[in-house]
Design a protein around this ligand. Structure first.
Ligand code: BGC
Length: 736
């Protein structure tokens, strides 16, 4: 079912007393009467989104059509001037459309829930949770007066140094694509009478902040399709977002927002039928942008003004049909999403968060935290440890050198404003410790010697390490901020039972690893972080998170380990732009398909912690695999997962496939995963299907001779188990 037939069904179920946009008439009255406001036939909800968009544009002048090509002009139908650019009033019965960032929470709105970073959501490996988070965030957006969300974000984590890694969903295209699709479905379909539309970002090969507007991702066609387009393709096929945002960078010498791949690859081969909007300030032209598939300019009109488009028309650079096509895609997407039929509330809420919504944020923080090490069953904490020393700035809401729990709440430019007072880990651990008969002491870690003294006088030390990152800058190291590695080393030297809680937005190196008992990666855990961490540390819930990205032993091991690959070079071979030039940095994607775990597998490099890895408080056994021979392109793989430990827990079985060598695919690829919760001794049969026809192309490679996805004959190796490097089950099947 495509997005438009699906949303057509949605439109039939209108139950609340909402008003038809701009008409003052309740939608249900219009529906009951089978009518629509006079002069607004596009408000006939019995027509398809296609028909309604066509009707609207038939009633529009050229300049009214052009309003849809700019975000601000599309937003406010009654306003006529935007940054000095003048338009006529829009046709009647058009809604107010308000965009908001972003992946982690409804940015710029007071009183909303701050969810953990998307990377934490990815670590949950839980499509249902991604749906629930999307639905919850959309609920808060609509009530806060916003009905388009610029999210989810997708990248391929080409380098762990990339500043925006926490805004994305890890390094694997299937996991990213599935979680993005589930999130889109939650955003767009989760609240039928309070709809919002999703804009997925940033398309494409947008893998670094350094020179993000003045660099070119130099990439071959197969890699572009198999690695960088692929998670978007899965999100489009399974989630049907209304919009996709093109990115700042160039791809092979042409800016993303005027690159022919928008029409050829995204709207063409990938089948995206929504509209393309630009990143903020990412448009560089009128004619080439419109011709190559950019439908809307974000924010104020600069390149898509009535004057610039008229000039491009006169010069023969664009056609009237291209303008109509862009306007049609925008209007159709808004109608299909339900925005025309469910106006935003007249008075936006400034306190949209609810206890139920905060519980969703807590759930993401719990299910997205990954237990990396737990020697001697140091965790869970219990009454046997009479004193627990909590150490570190980000454990507390009282800032030390400007850093507190809110600093690492989520990815975000306005984090401190959005998350001024999260549930601090120190407070939640102190409260939980009291019920276990434990005393908590605290040291902010500013002075490692003082922190070590606090640690020495406790039974267990829980030390927090953090690294802050986000938009505008890449990291230059995988070490912790604020002298965190030295702090952890000092604490570990003072207390043999040291537990490290990491709050980072990417992979982290761990020079102190051998000297600590336990390590938890909590990412940026949102405003319910304390509650979630206290429950995890005390074993009130199991650790079910698994790494969505590889943790390397050192930067020397990562796929992008030459200057030409990252940060990219200039014509003189240097990594510094030649003085007085505006040369475009060339970032060579020569690692090709070897991104993430595929690089480590293909090169035989041992990571610090592999993709898919994470411990539970219990243990699991994997047995009795059966790989059924292919039937009509579908292979069924089943196996038993047993809880072999003494407490209930959640396993995340993973299925990987190795293609025949002739395909040139590096290593294995993830083709399926599940989450199963089991009581001690309980066993379950996990069934995963590999469907050659699915948009994931699990068996496929991009054949550069035929310019199409292809499946090679030969033997396909199947492996299943607990992580990309712990795969006790294996089998194979043959494609003839
Ligand atoms: C970011 C986008 C964001 C936009 C609007 C840009 O700087 O790259 O992700 O959606 O701003 O806030």
């Amino acid at each position: 079912m495509n997005r438009f037939t699906r949303s057509r069904t949605t439109l039939g179920v209108v139950v609340t007393a909402l008003l038809v946009a701009g008409s003052g008439t309740p939608v249900e009255a219009v529906e009951a009467a089978g009518k629509y406001p006079a002069g607004c036939p596009w408000m006939d909800a019995h027509k398809t989104a296609d028909q309604r968009a066509k009707l609207l544009l038939q009633h529009a002048t050229l300049d009214q059509k052009l309003r849809w090509l700019d975000e601000q002009a599309a937003n406010s139908p009654a306003q006529t001037s935007f940054s000095g650019v003048t338009y006529p009033v829009q046709v009647p019965c058009t809604p107010t459309v308000v965009y908001t960032d972003g992946p982690d929470y409804v940015r710029g709105s007071a009183g909303v829930t701050v969810f953990p970073a998307q990377l934490a959501l990815a670590a949950s490996w839980d499509d249902k949770l991604a749906y629930t988070k999307g639905k919850t965030q959309a609920d808060e957006a609509f009530r806060s007066g916003k009905n388009v969300i610029l999210a989810p974000g997708i990248s391929s984590s080409r380098t762990p140094l990339a500043g925006r890694t926490p805004e994305y969903l890890g390094e694997d295209s299937l996991l990213s694509g599935n979680l993005a699709a589930a999130g889109i479905n939650g955003l767009q379909l989760g609240n039928k009478n309070a709809p919002v539309m999703a804009v997925v970002k940033h398309y494409v090969a947008n893998e670094q902040e350094l020179d993000r507007q003045t660099s070119s991702s130099v990439i071959d066609g197969r890699t572009l399709r198999e690695v960088y387009n692929q998670p978007f393709a899965i999100a489009v096929a399974k989630g049907a977002p209304g919009g996709i945002m093109c990115s700042y960078n160039q791809i092979n010498g042409a800016y993303a927002c005027e690159n022919p791949i928008l029409n050829n690859l995204l709207k063409g081969d990938t089948g995206f039928d929504g509209y393309v909007t630009s990143d903020f300030g990412a448009v560089h032209s009128t004619g080439p942008s419109l011709t190559n598939g950019l439908d809307q300019e974000l924010n104020r009109p600069r390149f898509y003004t009535p004057a610039t488009i008229a000039a491009a028309l006169d010069a023969g650079q664009v056609s009237a049909a291209q303008i109509d096509g862009a306007a049609f895609r925008v209007v159709r997407a808004y109608i299909a999403a339900g925005l025309f039929d469910h106006p935003l509330p007249a008075t936006p809420s400034t306190s949209a968060s609810t206890p139920q919504n905060k519980a969703v944020a807590q759930s993401v923080a719990e299910q997205g935290s990954v237990l990396l090490k737990n020697d001697g069953a140091t965790l869970p904490l219990s009454g046997k440890s009479k004193t627990v020393a909590v150490i570190g700035q980000t454990a507390s809401n009282t800032p030390t050198n400007g850093v507190s729990a809110g600093t690492i709440c989520a990815e975000g430019r306005d984090n401190s404003a959005a998350c001024p007072n999260p549930v601090a880990p120190l407070d939640a651990i102190t409260a939980r410790a009291a019920t276990a008969g434990t005393t908590v002491t605290y040291n902010n870690g500013a002075d490692p010697a003082a922190a070590a003294a606090t640690a020495a006088s406790a039974d267990v030390a829980v030390v927090f390490g953090y690294a802050k990152q986000g938009e505008f800058a890449d990291r230059t190291t995988l070490a912790l901020d604020g002298n965190g590695d030295a702090l952890i080393a000092a604490v570990a030297a003072a207390n043999p039972n040291t537990v490290v809680v990491l709050e980072t937005g990417t992979a982290t190196t761990m020079p102190w690893l051998a000297n600590v008992k336990s390590v938890v990666e909590a990412w940026y855990p949102g405003d319910q972080q304390g509650t979630a961490l206290a429950r995890l540390l005390y074993g009130d819930t199991d650790f079910s998170g698994r790494l969505p990205m590889t943790f390397p032993k050192s930067l020397a091991d990562i796929p992008t380990n030459t200057p030409a690959q990252y940060p990219g070079t200039f014509s003189d071979g240097s990594t510094t732009r030649p003085a007085g030039t505006s040369e475009i940095r060339q970032v060579k994607y020569t690692e090709g398909l070897k991104v993430g775990y595929k690089w480590y597998d293909a090169q035989g490099i041992e990571p610090l912690y592999p993709f898919g890895y994470g411990l539970s408080y219990t243990s699991f056994g994997y047995q009795n695999v059966r790989v059924a021979p292919p039937v009509k392109g579908t292979v069924s793989v089943s196996f038993d997962v047993r809880n072999t430990g003494s407490r209930a827990g959640t396993a995340t079985p993973q299925l990987y496939l190795t293609l025949p060598a002739a395909t040139g695919e590096p290593g294995k690829r993830l083709v399926g995963y599940a989450k199963v919760s089991l009581k001690p001794g309980q066993s379950t049969r996990v069934r995963l299907t590999i469907d050659a026809a699915s948009p994931d192309h699990p068996l496929g490679f991009y054949n550069t001779a035929t310019h199409a996805w292809d499946v090679a004959p030969g033997t396909y190796g199947v492996q299943a188990g607990a992580s990309s490097r712990d795969l006790p089950l294996s089998g194979s099947f043959t494609v003839s």
